[in-house]
Design a protein around this ligand. Structure first.
Ligand code: ATP
Length: 274
């Protein structure tokens, strides 16, 4: 929020329309979110409130975008953290950070006069990995605190709190996290298919000057196994190629070069990681 002196500033909220592809995931998510929106009916029917939702899938597929859009859709305040932020050398620090996060969510909702808060924790596997009998005591305390906070969420309470977490290693998660009343709803956010890739390309091409020869459908065809983050990169790299060519528009050639560049980058990443 704030003044809009700079023109064409992106809005601070994110809607589901700005997420390309992922039709099934979006539909499932919106249905689940109606639990928050229709909370009075939910309470009357005695349905257990939805406390936790797990988004699973490879990196860069839009899990964070989904959580942000969920906050906008439900008119909730949004707080984000990453699992790695809770990993500390000193025992108890991670746990107290979890406590702070929930406190902050309640405070922020009160301040902004909102009935609900969505807390998003990326890389939940870092703190929610399988407990193995005392080897990672510090992680255990953090995880236990998270479970305690989740168990303390009640429907009658304002703000209603929904925890959304993301991981690309679901099989690593401790079973305590997956129990009913915790992260019992899972939404898969997979790599986009061709139609999804085209939708994502169109979204990120919106503010870019494309030449007449550009065929995004062809680009979507040539980017099998690319994530949304990769596709955003392709458009960005293509714009850089256009600049190098001193061209005012991005042509199909720039896009083709950019595909190679992004693919190469991915390879070098993998080589340095392994
Ligand atoms: P990670 O697991 O690495 O945190 P993520 O699934 O949370 O990844 P996001 O942070 O949501 O991925 O996406 C990264 C960026 O990639 C976004 O900011 C956006 O530019 C682009 N992106 C990814 N998926 C999509 C999509 N479905 N539609 C539009 N843009 C996308």
């Amino acid at each position: 929020s704030g003044g809009s002196k700079t023109k064409a500033k992106a809005p601070s909220f994110l809607t589901f329309e700005q997420i390309g592809g992922q039709d099934r995931a979006k539909k499932e998510l919106m249905e689940a979110l109606d639990f928050i929106v229709k909370h009075e009916q939910i309470a009357k029917l005695g349905i257990r409130p939805l406390k936790g939702m797990l988004l699973t899938g490879p990196p860069g597929t839009g899990k964070t975008l989904m959580a942000k859009a969920a906050a906008h859709y439900t008119n909730s305040v949004f707080l984000a953290a990453s699992g790695s932020e809770f990993v500390e050398m000193y025992v108890g620090v991670g746990a107290s950070r979890i406590r702070d996060l929930f406190r902050e969510a309640r405070q922020k909702a009160a301040k902004e006069n909102k009935d609900s808060a969505i807390i998003f924790i990326d890389e939940i596997d870092v703190i929610g990995g399988k407990r193995d009998g005392g080897q990672h005591r510090e992680y255990d305390q953090t995880l236990n605190q998270l479970l305690t906070e989740m168990d303390g969420i009640h429907t009658a309470e304002t703000p209603r709190i929904l925890l959304m977490a993301a991981t690309n290693r679901k099989e690593m998660l401790d079973s305590a996290l997956l129990r009913p009343g915790r992260f019992d709803r899972h939404i898969e956010v997979d790599l986009p298919d061709k139609k999804g890739r085209l939708a994502i390309l169109n979204i990120h091409a919106k503010n870019k000057p494309l030449a007449d020869d550009v065929n995004l459908e062809l680009i979507a065809e040539q980017t099998f196994s690319f994530s949304g983050a990769h596709l955003e990169s392709v458009l960005n790299e293509a714009a850089i190629y256009a600049m190098r060519d001193e061209s005012e528009t991005i042509s199909q050639k720039h896009l083709t070069l950019a595909i190679d560049k992004v693919m190469m980058g991915e390879k070098t990443d993998r080589e340095t990681n392994n």
